[in-house]
Design a protein. Structure first.
Length: 232
């Protein structure tokens, strides 16, 4: 997160850190007791290794009550996701067991109605991604508020030039923005997850490249079917 600030500990109890060998790779969030939603691109440089999911954390390294690392039973990328574009950039992770819910570990509701969030709506995004252009990785969760920008503005030829589909949304990226390691985290508008951070052009903090999110509502059928099929 660039231009943001340290989050108040445990006020975002749905936040997940997707880790490999103890290192934070991507964000994610708890959508059900045994399910985390993240971004498919997060599996790109993992050469087939399976993530572990840290829940209940504020600090990545310090011991904290209710902080717990979960093994992952299955990682299911959306069938339409691919390395060449940002389409269908979603990843479902089934935890080895149901997460123990408490004050620090909670599910975040996601938007089920497929309707665009109005431009200028101020939403929040949090993550353990880099907090400087030099790539400084924070130990604590950071967050920032960002206004939604319309798809037409985001698709302008000087911005993302018609690559933003109706299954994506954008927020202003002037100074305050998502960055490396924030992918997979939720864009929360009025307490509801509306989008999932995708890296897009990978640029951070440049107003010419607004932040891009995969909208969740268009994927409700896929999410529900995967969770139902693997249930039990
Ligand atoms: N703002 C959109 C967005 C969301 C999520 C991730 C990303 N960026 C990145 N995703 N993956 C990356 N691998 C290497 N470098 C990256 N960006 C980077 C790193 C240092 C300085 C800087 O100006 C940009 C990214 C960008």
């Amino acid at each position: 997160i660039l231009g943001g600030y340290e989050a108040k500990p445990h006020l975002r109890p749905y936040m997940a850190s997707l880790q490999l060998d103890g290192q934070h790779i991507c964000g994610g969030f708890l959508i059900a007791e045994q399910w985390v939603l993240s971004a498919a691109h997060c599996t790109e440089e993992t050469d087939g290794k399976v993530f572990q999911v840290l829940l209940g954390a504020h600090s990545l390294t310090e011991p904290e009550p209710h902080k717990r690392l979960y093994r992952v039973r299955a990682q299911i990328p959306h069938p339409g996701s691919n390395i060449h574009n940002n389409k269908d950039d979603l990843l479902l992770l089934q935890l080895e067991e149901k997460a123990e819910l408490n004050a620090h570990v909670q599910v975040l509701p996601f938007q089920r109605e497929d309707r665009d969030v109005a431009a200028d709506t101020v939403c929040e995004v949090a993550g353990w991604g880099t907090i400087s252009h030099s790539g400084h990785r924070p130990d604590k969760l950071y967050q920032v508020e960002r206004p939604v920008i319309s798809r037409d503005v985001c698709n302008h030829r000087t911005r993302h030039d018609r690559t933003i589909t109706e299954k994506m949304m954008c927020t202003d990226s002037r100074r305050k923005d998502t960055c490396k390691g924030d992918s997979g985290g939720p864009l929360v508008c009025n307490g509801v997850a509306e989008g999932v951070v995708t890296a897009g052009s990978r640029v951070c903090g440049n107003y010419k490249k607004p932040a891009i999110y995969t909208r969740i509502a268009p994927y409700v059928a896929w999410i529900d079917s995967v969770m139902a099929s693997a249930a039990g």
